[in-house]
Design a protein around this ligand. Sequence first.
Ligand SMILES: [Zn+2]
Length: 282
Amino acid sequence: MPLPVVAPADADQRRARKPVVVYPNGTLKRPDLSRLEKAKATLEKIDEVIVPPREGATFRAPKGHFIRIVSVDGPQVGDLNLWNADNLAERFFSGKTRALHATHVSTGDRLWSTMPYLRPLATISHDTLGWYGFDQDGGGIHDVIGTRCDPYTNRLLSGTDYHHCCHSNLTRALANELGVSWKEAEPHVHDVLNVFMCTGFTHDTKQYFMKASPVRPGDYLELFAEVDLIGALSACPGGDCGDSHSSDAVPCYPLKVEIWKPDLAALADWPFPPVSPYGGEP
Ligand SMILES: [Zn+2]
């Protein structure tokens, strides 16, 4: 028998303390989106990658370019990884991005890199789903709370093997990009930005939930590359993630990644972020 837990006499008073936002709004400098808009006046598409359903693909985006992740054909969720193209140890840090911004990100938020670098790898410069906000269930779009569907958790919970989980798709895509084995690529794969996914925590038990994504063909999430990037995107086997994942059960659609070159002269004095100046303990 577990020991009973008894609430103290002042339990309600303790619960009534006011929450304090850990990283208060206003302490993080916001990017100048109007300057990015000006630089977009002369966009030229220089590359396009189609991510097939239940597969992954990589792309490269030079610093100062724009990446558009576009919904095509049907509602589809994408799991995104990002790395500094010159140093794979510097990669997207979903936990710190969540702490600095929120559980879900949109225009003006930044995608931060791991320590000891801790700088924006990319800035969200446009989000056609920015209208969604938070719904009555507490669901929002583009979360940094989920990890990625993976074959290990699937094995744990279902006892079966499935090889097209986002973790597997991202690993396979990165291995192809780098010309290395699956085993060599796998440790570089990390917690994702869940592009177009609608998720939240249930009001009562605070359990992670997903519901059908509101994304429709033509919607896109646009990122501004703050450093030279390698990206990997998986078209999640969950499709719009309104039902199940880690199987071939639901309809799945491709995603498109477009790389756009702006008027680089308009970005001549853009404050591209250096790595964190913190030098560590002497
Ligand atoms: Zn997935």
